[in-house]
Design a protein around this ligand. Sequence first.
Ligand code: SF4
Length: 256
Amino acid sequence: MHRTTERHHHGIEQLYRSLDSDDTDTAVSVIVKVRGETCDIDCLYCYEKRKETPGGARVSAAQIGRLAALFRGRPLAVEIHGGEPLTAGREHIAEILRELAALPKVVRVTLQTNGVLLDEDWLDLFEELCPTLQIGISLDGDAQGNAWRVGYDGKPVYPRVAQALNLLAERGRSVGVIAAVTPAVLGRAEAVLDHLAGFGSVNAVSFVPCFDTTIRRPTAATGRRAPASRLLQQAAVASDGGPAWAIHPDEYAENR
Ligand code: SF4
Protein backbone atom coordinates (compact mmCIF):
# COMPACT_ATOMS: atom_id res chain seq x y z
CA MET A 1 0.00 0.00 0.00
CA HIS A 2 2.79 2.34 1.07
CA ARG A 3 4.79 1.55 -2.05
CA THR A 4 1.76 2.13 -4.26
CA THR A 5 1.22 5.59 -2.69
CA GLU A 6 4.90 6.40 -3.13
CA ARG A 7 4.80 5.36 -6.77
CA HIS A 8 1.65 7.45 -7.29
CA HIS A 9 3.29 10.49 -5.68
CA HIS A 10 6.37 10.03 -7.85
CA GLY A 11 4.13 9.80 -10.93
CA ILE A 12 2.42 13.10 -10.07
CA GLU A 13 5.78 14.80 -9.50
CA GLN A 14 6.96 13.57 -12.87
CA LEU A 15 3.77 14.84 -14.50
CA TYR A 16 4.15 18.36 -13.08
CA ARG A 17 7.93 18.64 -13.19
CA SER A 18 9.37 21.95 -14.40
CA LEU A 19 10.83 22.24 -17.85
CA ASP A 20 14.54 21.52 -17.88
CA SER A 21 16.31 24.25 -19.84
CA ASP A 22 19.10 21.85 -20.83
CA ASP A 23 16.65 19.35 -22.30
CA THR A 24 15.99 20.45 -25.85
CA ASP A 25 14.83 17.05 -27.14
CA THR A 26 11.75 16.22 -25.09
CA ALA A 27 8.54 17.54 -26.62
CA VAL A 28 6.59 20.12 -24.66
CA SER A 29 2.83 19.71 -24.51
CA VAL A 30 1.15 23.04 -25.28
CA ILE A 31 -2.60 23.55 -24.86
CA VAL A 32 -3.88 26.45 -26.95
CA LYS A 33 -7.26 27.70 -25.77
CA VAL A 34 -8.09 29.40 -29.05
CA ARG A 35 -11.32 31.02 -27.80
CA GLY A 36 -10.59 31.04 -24.08
CA GLU A 37 -13.71 29.91 -22.23
CA THR A 38 -16.09 30.77 -25.09
CA CYS A 39 -18.31 27.86 -26.10
CA ASP A 40 -21.37 27.34 -28.27
CA ILE A 41 -23.05 24.98 -25.79
CA ASP A 42 -23.71 25.25 -22.05
CA CYS A 43 -22.96 22.02 -20.17
CA LEU A 44 -24.34 22.20 -16.65
CA TYR A 45 -21.01 21.23 -15.09
CA CYS A 46 -18.85 23.58 -17.16
CA TYR A 47 -16.07 25.10 -15.05
CA GLU A 48 -14.98 27.26 -18.00
CA LYS A 49 -18.17 29.31 -17.68
CA ARG A 50 -17.46 30.16 -14.07
CA LYS A 51 -14.15 31.86 -14.78
CA GLU A 52 -14.05 35.62 -14.35
CA THR A 53 -12.54 36.13 -17.78
CA PRO A 54 -13.77 38.20 -20.69
CA GLY A 55 -14.99 36.04 -23.55
CA GLY A 56 -14.57 36.40 -27.27
CA ALA A 57 -10.79 36.81 -27.57
CA ARG A 58 -8.95 34.59 -30.04
CA VAL A 59 -5.40 33.30 -30.03
CA SER A 60 -3.96 34.56 -33.31
CA ALA A 61 -1.80 32.76 -35.86
CA ALA A 62 0.96 35.27 -35.08
CA GLN A 63 0.88 34.20 -31.43
CA ILE A 64 1.13 30.56 -32.52
CA GLY A 65 4.18 31.55 -34.57
CA ARG A 66 5.91 32.67 -31.36
CA LEU A 67 5.73 29.20 -29.78
CA ALA A 68 9.00 28.04 -31.35
CA ALA A 69 10.90 30.98 -29.86
CA LEU A 70 9.08 30.76 -26.51
CA PHE A 71 10.13 27.13 -26.09
CA ARG A 72 13.57 27.68 -27.62
CA GLY A 73 13.10 25.34 -30.54
CA ARG A 74 12.03 22.31 -28.50
CA PRO A 75 9.67 19.84 -30.17
CA LEU A 76 6.03 20.78 -29.56
CA ALA A 77 2.90 18.67 -29.15
CA VAL A 78 0.08 21.18 -29.63
CA GLU A 79 -3.49 20.66 -28.50
CA ILE A 80 -6.12 23.06 -29.86
CA HIS A 81 -8.64 23.36 -27.07
CA GLY A 82 -11.45 25.49 -25.67
CA GLY A 83 -14.09 26.46 -24.64
CA GLU A 84 -15.02 25.33 -28.12
CA PRO A 85 -12.18 25.97 -30.60
CA LEU A 86 -14.33 25.60 -33.72
CA THR A 87 -16.26 28.75 -32.73
CA ALA A 88 -13.15 30.62 -33.96
CA GLY A 89 -14.38 29.91 -37.49
CA ARG A 90 -12.88 28.05 -40.42
CA GLU A 91 -10.67 30.87 -41.71
CA HIS A 92 -9.13 31.50 -38.30
CA ILE A 93 -8.43 27.82 -37.59
CA ALA A 94 -7.01 27.47 -41.11
CA GLU A 95 -4.52 30.27 -40.35
CA ILE A 96 -3.51 28.54 -37.13
CA LEU A 97 -3.03 25.17 -38.85
CA ARG A 98 -0.93 26.81 -41.59
CA GLU A 99 1.21 28.50 -38.95
CA LEU A 100 1.67 25.19 -37.10
CA ALA A 101 2.68 23.48 -40.35
CA ALA A 102 5.32 26.18 -40.87
CA LEU A 103 6.87 25.69 -37.41
CA PRO A 104 9.98 23.50 -37.53
CA LYS A 105 9.35 21.02 -34.71
CA VAL A 106 5.67 20.32 -34.23
CA VAL A 107 5.48 16.58 -33.56
CA ARG A 108 1.72 16.32 -33.02
CA VAL A 109 -1.42 18.45 -33.39
CA THR A 110 -4.63 17.46 -31.63
CA LEU A 111 -8.03 19.12 -31.44
CA GLN A 112 -10.51 18.69 -28.59
CA THR A 113 -14.03 19.66 -29.62
CA ASN A 114 -17.60 19.17 -28.48
CA GLY A 115 -18.30 18.04 -32.06
CA VAL A 116 -21.42 20.16 -32.50
CA LEU A 117 -20.06 22.18 -35.46
CA LEU A 118 -18.06 19.37 -37.01
CA ASP A 119 -19.20 18.85 -40.62
CA GLU A 120 -17.90 17.93 -44.10
CA ASP A 121 -16.35 21.39 -44.60
CA TRP A 122 -14.36 21.19 -41.37
CA LEU A 123 -13.13 17.70 -42.23
CA ASP A 124 -12.12 18.88 -45.73
CA LEU A 125 -10.15 21.70 -44.15
CA PHE A 126 -8.36 19.34 -41.74
CA GLU A 127 -7.53 16.93 -44.55
CA GLU A 128 -6.07 19.74 -46.63
CA LEU A 129 -4.07 21.56 -43.94
CA CYS A 130 -3.32 18.96 -41.26
CA PRO A 131 -4.04 15.40 -42.42
CA THR A 132 -2.48 13.90 -39.29
CA LEU A 133 -4.68 15.96 -36.95
CA GLN A 134 -5.89 13.82 -34.04
CA ILE A 135 -9.44 14.65 -33.03
CA GLY A 136 -10.91 14.19 -29.56
CA ILE A 137 -14.65 14.51 -28.98
CA SER A 138 -16.22 15.44 -25.65
CA LEU A 139 -19.30 13.29 -25.18
CA ASP A 140 -20.65 11.60 -22.05
CA GLY A 141 -21.66 8.31 -23.67
CA ASP A 142 -25.24 7.68 -24.75
CA ALA A 143 -28.23 10.05 -24.78
CA GLN A 144 -28.98 9.35 -21.11
CA GLY A 145 -25.37 9.91 -20.09
CA ASN A 146 -25.35 13.27 -21.89
CA ALA A 147 -28.12 14.77 -19.74
CA TRP A 148 -25.70 17.46 -18.51
CA ARG A 149 -24.54 18.44 -22.00
CA VAL A 150 -27.11 20.91 -23.30
CA GLY A 151 -27.32 23.97 -25.54
CA TYR A 152 -28.20 27.45 -24.25
CA ASP A 153 -31.79 26.51 -25.05
CA GLY A 154 -31.53 23.70 -22.47
CA LYS A 155 -31.96 21.03 -25.16
CA PRO A 156 -29.64 18.01 -25.49
CA VAL A 157 -26.72 18.29 -27.91
CA TYR A 158 -26.25 14.51 -28.08
CA PRO A 159 -28.05 14.02 -31.46
CA ARG A 160 -25.78 16.56 -33.18
CA VAL A 161 -22.61 14.98 -31.79
CA ALA A 162 -23.80 11.47 -32.71
CA GLN A 163 -24.27 12.79 -36.27
CA ALA A 164 -20.68 14.08 -36.25
CA LEU A 165 -19.38 10.68 -35.04
CA ASN A 166 -21.25 8.97 -37.88
CA LEU A 167 -19.80 11.44 -40.37
CA LEU A 168 -16.28 10.79 -39.04
CA ALA A 169 -16.85 7.06 -39.54
CA GLU A 170 -18.03 7.65 -43.13
CA ARG A 171 -14.83 9.60 -43.76
CA GLY A 172 -12.71 6.79 -42.27
CA ARG A 173 -11.49 8.87 -39.33
CA SER A 174 -10.89 7.57 -35.81
CA VAL A 175 -11.39 9.69 -32.71
CA GLY A 176 -11.01 9.38 -28.96
CA VAL A 177 -13.94 10.31 -26.73
CA ILE A 178 -13.63 12.02 -23.34
CA ALA A 179 -16.65 11.25 -21.17
CA ALA A 180 -17.33 13.08 -17.89
CA VAL A 181 -18.71 10.74 -15.24
CA THR A 182 -21.77 12.52 -13.85
CA PRO A 183 -24.53 10.75 -11.92
CA ALA A 184 -26.09 10.07 -15.34
CA VAL A 185 -23.07 7.91 -16.25
CA LEU A 186 -22.06 6.51 -12.86
CA GLY A 187 -22.71 2.78 -12.59
CA ARG A 188 -23.47 2.50 -16.32
CA ALA A 189 -19.93 2.04 -17.67
CA GLU A 190 -20.78 -1.08 -19.66
CA ALA A 191 -23.81 0.45 -21.39
CA VAL A 192 -21.94 3.67 -22.11
CA LEU A 193 -18.91 1.83 -23.53
CA ASP A 194 -21.10 -0.46 -25.65
CA HIS A 195 -22.91 2.56 -27.02
CA LEU A 196 -19.73 4.46 -27.92
CA ALA A 197 -18.15 1.34 -29.42
CA GLY A 198 -21.14 1.22 -31.78
CA PHE A 199 -19.82 4.30 -33.60
CA GLY A 200 -17.32 3.11 -36.20
CA SER A 201 -15.20 6.22 -35.55
CA VAL A 202 -14.57 5.78 -31.81
CA ASN A 203 -11.32 3.97 -31.02
CA ALA A 204 -10.67 5.14 -27.44
CA VAL A 205 -12.72 6.31 -24.47
CA SER A 206 -11.39 8.20 -21.45
CA PHE A 207 -13.62 8.54 -18.42
CA VAL A 208 -12.94 11.61 -16.28
CA PRO A 209 -14.65 12.27 -12.95
CA CYS A 210 -17.08 15.18 -12.88
CA PHE A 211 -16.27 16.98 -9.62
CA ASP A 212 -18.86 19.70 -10.23
CA THR A 213 -22.12 17.85 -9.75
CA THR A 214 -23.25 20.16 -6.96
CA ILE A 215 -22.23 23.52 -8.34
CA ARG A 216 -23.20 26.45 -6.13
CA ARG A 217 -21.61 29.19 -8.16
CA PRO A 218 -23.41 30.44 -11.27
CA THR A 219 -21.84 31.16 -14.63
CA ALA A 220 -19.68 34.30 -14.75
CA ALA A 221 -21.33 35.34 -18.02
CA THR A 222 -23.97 38.02 -17.59
CA GLY A 223 -26.91 38.70 -19.83
CA ARG A 224 -30.32 40.33 -19.79
CA ARG A 225 -32.03 36.97 -19.77
CA ALA A 226 -30.79 33.72 -18.21
CA PRO A 227 -30.59 30.94 -20.80
CA ALA A 228 -32.75 27.85 -20.23
CA SER A 229 -29.64 25.77 -19.54
CA ARG A 230 -28.78 27.93 -16.49
CA LEU A 231 -32.27 27.52 -15.10
CA LEU A 232 -31.84 23.76 -15.37
CA GLN A 233 -28.67 24.17 -13.33
CA GLN A 234 -30.41 26.30 -10.70
CA ALA A 235 -33.12 23.63 -10.46
CA ALA A 236 -30.41 21.04 -9.80
CA VAL A 237 -28.90 23.16 -7.03
CA ALA A 238 -32.31 23.93 -5.51
CA SER A 239 -33.01 20.21 -5.26
CA ASP A 240 -29.83 19.96 -3.15
CA GLY A 241 -27.55 18.74 -5.87
CA GLY A 242 -30.14 16.38 -7.30
CA PRO A 243 -30.07 15.40 -10.93
CA ALA A 244 -30.46 18.34 -13.31
CA TRP A 245 -32.27 16.13 -15.81
CA ALA A 246 -35.18 15.93 -13.36
CA ILE A 247 -36.63 18.80 -15.39
CA HIS A 248 -37.00 18.25 -19.10
CA PRO A 249 -36.29 21.37 -21.19
CA ASP A 250 -39.70 21.10 -22.89
CA GLU A 251 -41.41 20.96 -19.53
CA TYR A 252 -39.38 23.96 -18.44
CA ALA A 253 -40.37 25.88 -21.61
CA GLU A 254 -44.06 25.15 -21.03
CA ASN A 255 -43.87 26.52 -17.49
CA ARG A 256 -42.15 29.80 -18.32
S1 SF4 B 1 -18.22 21.73 -24.30
FE1 SF4 B 1 -19.29 21.91 -22.34
S2 SF4 B 1 -17.70 21.62 -20.76
FE2 SF4 B 1 -16.66 22.08 -22.70
S3 SF4 B 1 -16.37 24.32 -22.68
FE3 SF4 B 1 -18.30 23.90 -23.75
S4 SF4 B 1 -19.88 24.08 -22.16
FE4 SF4 B 1 -17.90 23.84 -21.13
